[in-house]
Design a protein around this ligand. Structure first.
Ligand code: UDP
Length: 535
């Protein structure tokens, strides 16, 4: 055993990426990194084992019963399911004498759980992007590192995509058995950084964008560039022809009049329009086509995550079946509107019951509702909107999600035309990219008091210094007025560099005034130093 390098197990994630999980785990994680431990995996027990050297003492974790030191490192997303946590048992190093001879993994290992390897949205959002950025955080997690997927699934239909992230074949839990009874890691990282995720799927509250999104188009595009290089074609290969891609589904949630839709788009925008599907095209062909498209049109569904390969300036059109409110299902809207993605997002919903085809008799997981009692079936069929719900088995949601739709072409073209006045696509738009405003400068305030109850506050400021050198579509200012000592504030969004506030302004009071600049609706600058204004 003296040959074993007792490694300091580096649990994953920068501080920020852990912040959405419970804090006691973080505490334990910090303790773990400072202790001498080494990690093995018993393929017989199907458990990870931490061996403690003589001098190491496992800290009792505050808040867990009986001083148990079971670590709850998060292997995948921060979902509240035990299967997603990193569980391990502990043994003293001396116990190795009685155990099978260990087989050492020579590669630096990244050990993780895949979330749902058969669904493309989950593959990108929960696995590929997090793996890529976790690897970016640690210099020894390079292309020679080995990925270990411990969730227990088979390869899945998108395994080739996972293989692009490292030169070594990823290993699945099942395969570890063939390597030995006790596998020991010379250097391993456990779990994935969630810093790049933008969506929560509704395990605790109805699905929606994450509260604190840290990823921008820059990180997404660095990742897609890497993937495209790995898919072995050059980025310069693009042709100058402009075209629209309709991404269709061929098994369910169909567009019933797809040929008519394709013709109408081609005519309206005077562009070639092509249709692709995961069933009929290779992944790299789809990436090649999407990465040069001016517009991507698709039914709501996991295939729309491929819009992360669209070029800047392109348009995403997401079609929603009857009774599904686009505002309640926004993973692709959130992606398209991340700062720096520079995509235009348009949602269209079928509002006509005549144009939908339902499948009440299918199995429940394909949207069937025949298993529900009659009254509930009738209620669902009559309902015009699926109420907000938690993930993942809400029968009304599944029933509506798996409808087929005859797209009302004039209504769709109308919605697209409201946003795309001329031609869609990269060449017709110029964006300033994703540069953030600096602080506003020279902020000043002047108070005037009228009588005993009325007062005014005139506030002015100068543009951020970097705005002089940028072309920005829309510049706005956000001003917060907070009475000193109060927790609340009055927020304002303004277009000019001065404003006189009179609403709710009291005489002989001190106000704190916070001002920041906003580019293009979502690029928020920092607040300037707070202004103290006395009326
Ligand atoms: N899928 C597809 N064609 C279909 C139905 C599904 O390509 O006709 C893909 C879909 O894009 C996703 C996976 O199969 O990657 C699972 O689809 P599901 O309907 O379960 O998930 P959703 O698309 O609603 O997220």
């Amino acid at each position: 055993w003296k040959y074993i390098k007792l490694h300091e197990h580096a649990a994953m994630g920068g501080k920020r990426s852990w912040s959405s999980c419970a804090s006691p785990q973080e505490l334990l994680r910090l303790r773990l990194t400072t202790m001498r431990l080494f990690l093995c995996y018993s393929t017989e027990a199907e458990e990870f084992v931490y061996f403690h050297s003589n001098s190491s003492v496992m800290p009792a974790q505050p808040g867990l019963p009986g001083g148990s030191s079971r670590a709850l490192l998060d292997l995948s997303l921060c979902v509240r399911s035990h299967t997603q946590y990193f569980n391990f048992v502990e043994l003293p190093a001396a116990a190795l004498k009685f155990m099978p001879k260990p087989v050492f993994v020579p590669d630096v290992a990244l050990i993780a759980n895949r979330f749902n390897p058969d669904n493309l949205m989950h593959v990108f959002h929960d696995d590929l992007l997090p793996i890529y950025y976790t690897m970016q955080q640690f210099s020894d997690l390079d292309l020679e590192a080995r990925l270990f997927f411990m969730e227990g699934w088979s390869e899945g239909v998108h395994f080739d995509l996972y293989k692009l992230l490292s030169n070594k074949q990823p290993l699945l839990r099942e395969e570890l058995k063939t390597l030995g009874r006790l596998l020991c890691f010379t250097k391993s990282y456990v779990g994935l950084s969630k810093i790049t995720t933008w969506y929560q799927y509704g395990f605790v509250q109805p699905q929606g964008p994450k509260a604190n999104i840290l990823v921008s188009g820059n990180e997404i595009r660095q990742f897609t560039k890497f993937m495209m290089q790995k898919l072995t074609y050059s980025l310069e290969e693009s042709s100058s022809e402009e075209y629209i891609v309709v991404f269709s589904r061929t098994i369910n949630r169909l567009i019933l009049n797809e040929a008519e839709l394709i013709l109408a788009l081609a005519q309206e925008f005077q562009m070639k329009t092509i249709s692709v599907s995961l069933e009929e095209h290779s992944f790299s062909d789809i990436v090649r086509l999407i990465s040069n498209a001016s517009m991507l049109v698709s039914m709501h569904g996991a295939q729309l995550v491929m819009s992360l390969f669209l070029p800047r300036g392109a348009t995403v059109v997401e079609l929603f079946p009857y009774a599904i409110n686009p505002e309640h299902y926004t993973p692709y809207k959130t992606l398209a509107t991340l700062p720096g993605m520079d995509l235009q997002y348009i949602a269209w919903q079928n509002t006509d019951k005549e144009d939908t085809v339902t499948y009440p008799d299918r199995p429940w997981d394909q949207g069937g509702i025949a298993h529900l009692d009659k009254a509930e079936q009738e209620r669902i069929i009559k309902s015009t909107e699926v109420p907000r719900h938690l993930c993942c088995r809400n029968p009304e949601w599944l029933f509506r999600a798996y409808q087929d739709t005859k797209v009302n072409i004039p209504s769709l073209i109308h919605v697209i035309r409201q946003a795309v006045k001329t031609k869609p696509g990269p060449r017709s738009r110029k964006w300033s990219g994703s540069l953030y405003p600096g602080k506003v400068r020279d902020a000043k305030c002047q108070a005037s008091v009228q009588g005993t109850s009325d007062a005014k506050l005139a506030v002015s400021w100068q543009i951020p210094w970097n705005l002089r050198y940028l072309k920005v579509r829309e510049v706005k200012y956000e001003v917060w007025i907070q009475e000193q000592g109060e927790n609340t504030y009055m927020p304002y969004i303004l277009s000019h560099q001065n404003h006189t506030f009179s609403e709710n302004i009291k005489p002989f009071t001190i106000y704190l005034v916070w001002i920041r600049c906003i580019f293009n609706k979502n690029l928020l600058g920092p607040f300037a130093d707070v202004l103290l204004c006395s009326t």
